[in-house]
Design a protein around this ligand. Structure first.
Ligand code: NAD
Length: 480
């Protein structure tokens, strides 16, 4: 996140905060590292308390007029913004790859997906509901916006993870202060620059900053709602801080997703799908597969086919068009994943592919498949959030289900079988926010996504996600 200024040459500095419809700077700054090189390549302003107060005040001023616009009018602003995002796709994707590390093609997909899902959300109608209407009285359930929403995002998919809560808040009539991770602030600041032309001043404010800025947001007396995406640990801090002002919270937190592979699968057909769902973005996806439970009848074949996939995958700089897996996004996470890998090796588990970390300046870890590992190991119990995945054997489906559910996490999970009905019967018993059959990792504008247990509170996307930025109000009229 930082380097000695004397080491920095030729770095990009064309980034600004967005406060009250205008580009803004501050007295502090963040250095941004390209994880493929380990070098600082850009610097941007970092907001302090003053900038936060100004942004919140601007959002508060903008709120009444924005709230009083119709859904259709707000959707129109969001559509123009999404069009503009798509027009800037190439430039934004390159910046995303530089700061986040993912391959350029996946960075482009992230931007398209953000725009498409945002547009999709604005086609969801929010209507008052008539609960009772008779000669005596009419009772209606209405929905009104909360006010100012603080949106805090992590570093693994900064554009896509901003788009869901941002659109939910804006479409429903709230104004926003958006804060990205200090590791990946640049695309979000550019997103703010693009948004300027399409929204009334103050409706969207974008501030880069560290964890402290996030804390100040969660404590701020004039922010009404926090839409937080990040780790379980920080999510708990957010909830505790929000309690002081009874802010509403949506928490989209970590996961330790299990995939249960039944005895009737074709291992060669299933392995590439399992591999992709585990290793895309080098495993730095909240809903990536993080544990694979394979039936003993297919265990060896699944392990072998996954190892083949891992050996084939091309790891490198996201700017290289042949790259399939980029680096770990930041040094702290790299050290953590390397630590888990070393511990796994020492435990005597079998490393089937990968496992040797190259000595490069970039934060590269090869895709690593681990077999015959202890269920109580760190790799199985914790969210690794990196390219190392354990494959565990089971004999009995009930036992597989018990082990899959034996975690404090509950984001998502999947069951794989040549018989979808059989798999669905088991999937229905996963203690998760989303249970997939024969696929893993999919979101859409109209389908709620979020975590059970410690993986979160509330949902994004869909009517349910939108209503998380609205307060219900019952209006009861006595007619006589
Ligand atoms: P993180 O919790 O460290 O940081 C996320 C954001 O919160 C950053 O902007 C950070 O500056 C801010 N922050 C940190 N501490 C804070 C605090 N006490 N109060 C307010 N803000 C604070 O997470 P990360 O390392 O950036 O992201 C990785 C984690 O995010 C993983 O656990 C991953 O599973 C999770 N994640 C979840 C989802 C989901 O939809 N459920 C999606 C993506 C990532």
């Amino acid at each position: 996140m930082s380097a000695h200024p004397a080491e920095i040459t030729d770095i990009r500095t064309d980034f600004a905060l967005l406060i009250d419809g205008a580009a803004a700077t501050s007295t502090s700054s963040l250095d941004v590292i390209n994880p493929a090189t380990g070098q600082v390549f850009a610097r941007c302003p970092a907001a302090g308390r003053d900038e936060l107060d100004r942004a919140v005040a601007a959002a508060r001023r903008a709120f009444p007029a924005w709230r009083d616009m119709s859904y259709a009018q707000r959707a129109e602003c969001i559509h123009r913004f999404c069009e503009s995002l798509k027009q800037h796709q190439v430039e934004l994707a390159r910046l995303l790859t530089m700061e986040q590390g993912k391959p350029l093609s996946q960075a482009k997909d992230e931007i398209t997906r953000a725009a498409t899902q945002s547009e999709g959300m604005t086609r969801i109608p929010i209507e008052p509901e008539v609960l009772e209407d008779n000669s005596q009285r009419r009772i209606e359930l209405q929905w009104f916006p909360l006010g100012v929403a603080g949106i805090i995002t992590p570093w693994n998919a900064p554009i896509n993870l901003a788009a869901g809560p941002l659109t939910s808040a804006l479409y429903t009539g709230n104004c926003v202060v958006l804060k990205p991770s200090p590791y990946t602030p640049l695309c979000t600041l550019k997103l703010g620059e693009i948004a300027r032309a399409h929204f009334p001043r103050g409706v969207i404010n974008v501030l880069a900053g560290g964890d402290d800025l996030g804390r100040w947001m969660t404590e701020h007396s004039d922010i009404d709602k926090i839409g937080f995406t990040g780790s379980v640990e920080a999510g708990k801090e957010v909830m505790a801080a929000a309690a002081k002002t009874l802010k509403r919270v949506t928490l989209e937190l970590g996961g330790n997703d299990a995939a249960i592979v039944l005895d009737d699968v074709d291992p060669k057909a299933v392995a590439p799908k399992l591999f992709f769902a585990s290793f895309v973005n080098s495993g730095q996806v909240c809903m990536a597969i993080k544990r694979i439970y394979a039936h003993e009848r297919v265990y060896d074949a699944i392990c072998g086919a996954l190892a083949d996939e891992a050996r084939k995958a091309k790891v490198g700089s996201g700017l290289d068009p042949d790259t399939q897996l980029g680096p770990i996004q930041n040094r702290e996470q790299y050290d953590r994943v390397v630590g888990i890998l070393e511990e796994t090796k020492r435990s005597g588990a079998r490393i089937l592919a990968g496992g040797d970390v190259p000595a490069t300046a970039g934060y590269f870890i090869p895709p690593t498949i681990v077999a015959d590992i202890d269920e109580h190991s760190r790799l199985v119990r914790e969210e690794q959030f990196g390219p190392i995945v354990p494959v565990l054997k089971f004999t009995d489906e009930e036992d597989a289900l018990r082990r899959a559910n034996d975690t404090r996490y509950g984001l998502s999970g999947s069951v794989w079988s040549s018989n979808p009905d059989r798999a669905a019967a088991l999937a229905c018993r996963l203690e998760v926010g989303t249970a997939w059959v024969n696929h893993h990792r999919a979101t859409s504008a109209t389908v709620p996504f979020g975590g059970a247990k410690e993986s979160g509170i509330g949902r994004v996307y869909s009517e349910m996600g939108l209503k998380a930025y609205l307060e219900p109000r019952v209006v009861s009229v006595l007619k006589s």
